[in-house]
Design a protein around this ligand. Structure first.
Ligand code: NG6
Ligand code: CA
Length: 507
């Protein structure tokens, strides 16, 4: 079935078939796959989705050469559960402890779990993750001075170069193939998310030492003039410089592509941009009209440009499927005074949608998704299919002919036709996780009674009262008009469906 699909629909040839094909065709390889996973990029934060105040020529180029989705979603409105769902094909709410993790958390994807990288690896891909991880490392009692295990290698990645958690959480060091880069036995690294440790000044006690002040949280150890969440001691030579982070991870990603140009490769490239602290390289500071948040978008675009340039130079762009998307919706003040609110101007990070990061409204999970694969995906086109990152794992497994074990990627569906622009409808329903669970079904949106985050921060308390909210996104993309009273049956049906999906019952 899988090989037939490959022959008929795509026309690439799987090695090992007995069919007679011309020599040139047998040399064709499975496509390389590059997932560019951005952090906190909202629906309209890039040019081809309507950004004002910053230019993103390279991301726009992807859209010109590929397919741009207008109803694509990450699985959650924060990072850790979205990344968990992307890699495992299982909704994160099914496993306890999959909320936003601290920097010293144990790895939450169990070693040996079938994941997007392990499925690709099973058919011969060389796999790498470069950039933000935020899925925990080791067993939770980490010795940052020794081997950190288990890590990404336990779930199918051949190579890793990581920002272990987030830019705003200690330890502020890179981890490459299970070891802290630049670790020095004479200056051992310790972290604490409880009691203060070490002699480094904190943002709480020494705000005068800060180059970017904290607004909420983020007042512990100062590293590179910025105070973080959590305390860190030692590792002075290993500490990253925020301004160099985009260059560092892009260089590692480029190296990986260059080294593996002859094999099919899978690169999961997770940018730090545009998460806080937003401290772009000096060459990007002031490039946008929106302060460091806009400048970080320009820096992100540069990273994308570097990867595309590398694929072009190596002449592998035509045989590379690129997916560009984000882990959750946008946020302005996420804990530092970086003028994100003050300089926003005419820019609407979530476009026409309500809410953003942390929110069950559409702005929380509706994110850019651009798919480019020359010759296989329409160019310069748009799709309004309802698609979710939850489906990437099974869809990509289908694309490459990987066998998916029975109990693996349980919430992931084969949506390859939608992702490649052949099916304009996509999923019948999709869950959003944002503290509460919300449900999309075609153009309907149901949010159960809850106290949701609304807006882009700072947030005001708000409440969705019983029996919950029902919106018709066809006429009301901004989720302003609650139709719970007009369509009680639709609301009840969706509440029931959500309960069944949550219980993983047939639907
Ligand atoms: C929050 C942090 C926020 C950000 C977020 C995780 C505070 C006050 N806020 O707890 O700054 O780090 O966690 O973001 O500490 S995410 O994109 O990785 O999910
Ligand atoms: Ca994020």
């Amino acid at each position: 079935m899988t090989s037939r699909f490959l022959f008929v629909a795509i026309g690439i040839v799987v090695l090992g078939t007995t069919m007679k094909v011309p020599a040139a065709e047998t040399e064709q390889k499975l496509p390389n796959i590059v997932v560019i996973y951005t952090d906190d990029i909202g629906y309209a934060d890039v040019g081809c989705y309507g950004a004002a105040g910053v230019n993103t020529p390279h991301i726009d180029r992807l859209a010109t050469e590929g397919l741009r989705f207008t109803d694509a979603h990450c699985s959650a409105a924060t990072c850790t559960p979205s990344r968990f769902a992307l890699l495992t094909g299982s909704y994160a709410f099914r496993q306890k402890g999959t909320g936003v993790l601290s920097g010293d958390a144990a790895m939450i994807i169990r070693p040996g779990t079938a994941t997007m990288p392990s499925l690709l690896k099973s058919v011969g891909y060389t796999t790498a993750v470069v950039g933000k991880w935020h899925l925990g490392l080791g067993n939770g009692k980490n010795n940052w001075n020794g081997r950190l295990e288990p890590g990404p290698e336990a779930i199918g990645f051949d190579y890793h170069f990581l920002i272990p958690a987030t830019g705003d959480r200690v330890p502020c060091v890179y981890v490459e193939d299970n070891y802290v880069v630049g670790a020095d036995p004479s200056d051992p690294i310790y972290t604490s998310y409880g009691k203060p440790i070490g002699d480094d000044p904190t943002g709480k006690d020494h705000p005068e030492l800060l180059k970017q002040r904290w607004s909420h949280g983020h007042n512990a150890t100062i590293i590179n003039g910025i105070s973080r969440i959590g305390f860190m001691q030692g590792g002075n030579r290993a500490r990253w410089v925020d301004e160099e982070m985009a260059d560092t991870i892009t260089e590692k990603a480029v190296q990986f592509i260059k080294q593996h140009r002859q094999q099919p490769f899978f690169l999961y490239f997770c940018t730090h941009d545009i998460h806080v602290p937003r401290v772009p390289h000096q060459r990007f500071q002031g490039i946008s009209s929106m302060g460091f948040r806009g400048d970080a978008i320009a820096q992100l675009d540069w990273c994308v440009g570097k990867l595309l340039e590398t694929l072009d130079e190596l002449e592998v762009a035509d045989n590379t499927l690129v997916l560009f998307t984000s882990d959750n919706g946008p946020v302005l003040d996420d804990g530092y005074h970086d003028l994100a609110n003050e300089r926003i101007g005419r820019h609407h990070p979530a476009g026409p949608f309500r809410g953003g990061k942390y929110s069950p409204f559409e702005g929380g999970t509706r994110v850019p998704l651009i798919v480019r694969w020359p010759g296989h995906v329409p160019t310069g086109d748009e799709s309004s299919a309802l698609v979710g990152q939850i489906d990437f794992a099974r869809s990509l497994a289908q694309l490459v002919g990987a066998d998916v074990p029975d109990d693996a990627v349980r919430d992931s569906r084969n949506q390859l036709d939608a992702l490649l622009g052949r099916d304009p409808v996509g999923r019948p329903h999709l869950i959003h996780e944002a503290g509460t669970l919300a449900l999309r079904q075609a153009h309907w949106k149901y949010i159960p009674p809850c106290k949701p985050r609304d807006g882009l921060g700072p947030w005001q308390p708000t409440e969705i009262a019983a029996p919950g909210a029902l919106f018709d996104l066809r006429n009301d993309p901004g989720e302003q008009l609650n139709l719970a009273m007009q369509h009680p049956q639709q609301l009840r049906d969706m509440a029931d469906l959500l309960a069944r999906l949550r219980a993983d019952a047939d639907q």
